[in-house]
Design a protein around this ligand. Structure first.
Ligand SMILES: [Zn+2]
Ligand SMILES: [Zn+2]
Length: 492
């Protein structure tokens, strides 16, 4: 969900200062043309690719699964190209300098930034437009979803990315424009660092409010579905602020939960999800989301990132020490010693190691957490009949039933959840077997639920494995936090 390309574009535009940013640049007219040229190249690629995909879908000669794979890969390549083109526009063409120095808009603050960012905004819209054309071609095959309209689709995509980035942008503006204007020596104050961190923490905790403002949502209307979900939440002991219906123009079938604190906690269900699935299936997906909270996954991720930063700090120290030792080993050629002892070599090695660490550890943890949430979702729609199947819908059978904190898990509940997963895959044009770094493939998740269905006693073993995984990883991260704290203390 996190708009990574937008984040990278923001860093490209405002994180790295181009050389001589304050002096006007010669032949600005030609450079404006170059900027437009760069955007046009992305536009041609985006629409060309989308039309090619659409024609492949309509011809039907290639299997749809292969076309979908091509589409996903093509969009990834297009995203990469857009970032390269924008990087070129900023750092080689000098768009930021033209806006700031040639046109003298530097004193306009946020407005200047908006114009510096404009080329990327246009590029992004062009890429989304292409995606819309291709998505619609796929959707014609899926009758369950009504066709989405372009204007709404674009508005939705921009609100989604901007909404999540709002806290970051806000902090940037406060820090650079407001503080610098009214408090020029802010940076030199000793309390500046802690106050900024506290501000960022506050923004993260209040982030669900941004999500509410940025995404078009409304409270799920009172009725049988809402009653069912509220009762399911009560059975699971889950507290929240509201259940929101998330208007995506019927283009996305998804759900999510935001907020660590119950007062800021919302469960979002998209319009397509509520329209397409049966109430029991919606309850199963809702159960998956509350499972993330019940098992404290969001909190654990927060701790994981803090601990991982400490871990990477340690890694940096180790790499620096290791490389400087290596460059002093007798017999190492001078050029090699300079390469490994230099800053660039160190930075590249640390970046690669940190990337591998996140890819392996975070990916594994995230996929395990998804499974745990899947099991929880199955429990929310499980019955307590010892001889299930035949399975009974608990909402019809005994709606006000409570299980005193321990939810049952039955084969019927597991089956319901698997079916809901299959619908999510079908309606979102996802292939069952396609591996996802953060979620695992839908096929592997369904297979796991089937194994539990055949032998529900395996659930105990799975939960024990999860406890051990969290405990061991937690211990390592706490040790890393302590060690990096000590390192900082003695390093002073
Ligand atoms: Zn999940
Ligand atoms: Zn059952």
């Amino acid at each position: 969900m996190l708009p990574v390309p937008l984040l990278i574009a923001l860093i490209l535009a405002f994180g790295i200062d181009p050389p001589r940013a304050g002096t006007p640049i010669p032949d600005a007219g030609l450079r404006v043309l170059q900027t437009c040229g760069g955007i046009s190249v992305v536009a041609v690629l985006s629409f060309g690719f989308a039309l090619w995909i659409a024609s492949q879908v309509s011809q039907g000669a290639t299997p749809p699964s292969r076309v979908r794979r091509r589409h996903i890969r093509g969009v990834q390549v297009l995203t990469l190209i857009s970032l390269l083109v924008y990087g070129w526009i900023i750092h080689s063409v000098g768009w930021g300098r033209i806006v700031r120095a040639n046109w003298g808009l530097g004193r306009l603050g946020v407005l200047n930034d908006a114009i510096v960012f404009l080329p990327f905004a246009v590029i992004q819209v062009v890429v989304w437009w292409g995606q819309f054309v291709a998505d619609r071609a796929f959707q014609r095959g899926v009758e369950r979803l009504p066709a989405a309209r372009l204007g709404r689709y674009l508005l939705l995509r921009s609100r989604q990315s901007l909404g999540l980035m709002m806290p970051v942008i806000l902090l940037l503006v406060i820090r650079r424009d407001i503080l610098a204007r009214f408090w020029p020596h802010w940076d030199e104050l000793p309390v500046a660092g802690p106050i900024e961190v506290a501000l960022l923490g506050g923004l993260v905790l209040a982030a669900p409010l941004f999500v509410r403002c940025a995404w078009p949502t409304r409270s799920l209307p009172a009725g049988p579905l809402r009653r069912r979900l509220e009762r399911a939440a009560r059975r699971a002991g889950f507290r929240f602020r509201d259940i929101l219906l998330w208007d995506t123009g019927n283009s996305v079938l998804n759900a999510c939960v935001t907020g660590v604190l119950p007062g800021f906690r919302y469960v979002l269900l998209t319009d397509a999800l509520v329209d397409t699935m049966t109430p029991v299936e919606v309850a199963a997906v809702f159960g998956h989301e509350i499972g993330h909270i019940a098992h404290r996954h969001l909190l654990y991720f927060g701790f994981f990132f803090a601990g991982s930063l400490a871990f990477i700090t340690l890694l940096t120290a180790c790499v620096a020490a290791g490389l400087s030792w290596l460059s002093n080993v007798p017999g190492v050629p001078v050029w090699a010693a300079q390469a490994i002892g230099g800053d660039v070599g160190q930075e590249v090695l640390i970046l690669v190691l940190a990337g591998v660490y996140f890819w392996l550890v975070f990916g594994h943890l995230s996929r395990r957490f998804e499974r745990q949430a899947d099991v929880f979702g199955s429990k929310v729609v499980s019955c307590d009949h010892p001889d299930c199947p035949p399975h009974v819908d608990i909402e019809m059978d005994s709606p006000s039933m409570t299980f005193r904190g321990r939810l049952p898990l039955c084969p019927g509940g597991l089956r319901t959840f698997s079916e809901a997963l299959a619908i999510v895959a079908q309606c979102n044009n996802m292939e069952l077997r396609r591996r996802s770094w953060r979620h695992g493939s839908i096929a592997s998740r369904i297979l796991f639920l089937q194994q539990l269905e055949n032998d529900p006693r395996r659930e105990g073993g799975f939960q024990r494995e999860m406890t051990i995984l969290r405990g061991v990883l937690g211990l390592i991260l706490v040790l890393a936090l302590c060690a990096s704290g000590l390192l900082q203390w003695y390093g002073r």
